[in-house]
Ligand binder design. Sequence first.
Ligand SMILES: [Zn+2]
Length: 452
Amino acid sequence: MGARSARLANLWTARLMPFVLLGAFGFASWVLIHRVCTMYLIRKTKETSLAIALITIYAIILLLLVSSYIRVAVTVTFNPGYIPRGPAGFGDDANNTDTLNESEKPATSSSTSRTFSQDLQHPQPGETTAVNLPRLPSTTSLTDVLRSGPRAEHAPYLHHSNPPRTPNVPRPSGPDPFPSNLSLFTSKSIFVCESDGYPRWCSQCNIWKPDRAHHCSEMNRCIWRMDHFCPWVGGVVGETSLRYFYQVVVYALIYCLYLLIVCGIVLSRRGTEYDSETGATSSPDSTWISVLVLSAFFALFSFGMTYSTTQLIYRNLSTIDAISAGSKVYQLAIRDPNPPARNIVQESMQTQLPETHRRVWFGDRCYVICKTMPGENPWRQPTIIENFRDAMGGGNWWNWVGLWGVAPPGTLGGLEGFYVWNQQVVRRLKRDAGILGKEEMRGAEFEVRRHG
Ligand SMILES: [Zn+2]
């Protein structure tokens, strides 16, 4: 099966699955409420209060499961966390300038510069740096500069102290190959970068990929903190839906276990007595057995899902990142709050720094490129509860059972980054690069004393 047909099969499974699951819920409810509780417990053995209690508990679990399922299905459909695409045809020389100007139109005042990613930016009070930093190509003519208006004032200031770029992915080479979402990154103190200091590039979406974002081939879009494409919920599980997805797998496990236990006990109690009045054969009720078998199967399945998802959340990994988690080395561009003067940087700075700690400038913001240790997860938090908070979109455990309150994508880390960094890792990297501030230095010493 080719990639295209596999993709189509996935999409169709995703579309049909909600109906299949609703059918299964309907069947199980009919068996439990009608066949087990009404026909057997109320009419036959006259255990009305037991039947009512069983139905009530069942209804509560089903309500939690169905509402979280609806919530995840609605979220992956209407708020899937797609990252806005860059201008179409990016990198083509023809007719590109206008599109660019439309999408990354810099405001006349640098402090109010907003792009299509405006909801995700949090300019610091008092910080006057424009976050919109398009790179002006060396071949730009004076007319181009004049036509692009306010852009000219930001223009010639993206410097590279690196050797010529050796991108890992092919990037476009148009008149202005850098879409406006670069400003998303330069508004953060730390972001994941390639070896040249630029963020990861998605050539399908024409954007710089935010940390932990991945391109989903089924949807052909980059998705915030993508976890996996899930046909069961009809779309991509990512940052906006992970919380509801986790609720679904946990509630599904509780639901299946409940059905399994109730049907198992009733079946073993009933024996062959049931059929004398209805005239049916004395063999066990086939609908009970089918619910028993189905719930046993799905209990195993949802146990596996609950276990693996819990483990991933605890390790602060997505399904995709977990594949290479053991050996992965992240390259982080960490902002130097007190960079040396620009001309000095270009001429002599590289000799004062370890070879791995190159500098890259975005506007007047200077970043140092650092590498994590193999297998080190720079987002993993020291405590279980913090890792869960990170995945569940903020709040505390009592918020996590409900269906509200997920933080908007990319905002959890604030100005520090797209997501909350492991401060110990960050401090070590900064210290190694020689850019640890005085405040942080004290914090690091404190930590060393506490742990060492
Ligand atoms: Zn993409």
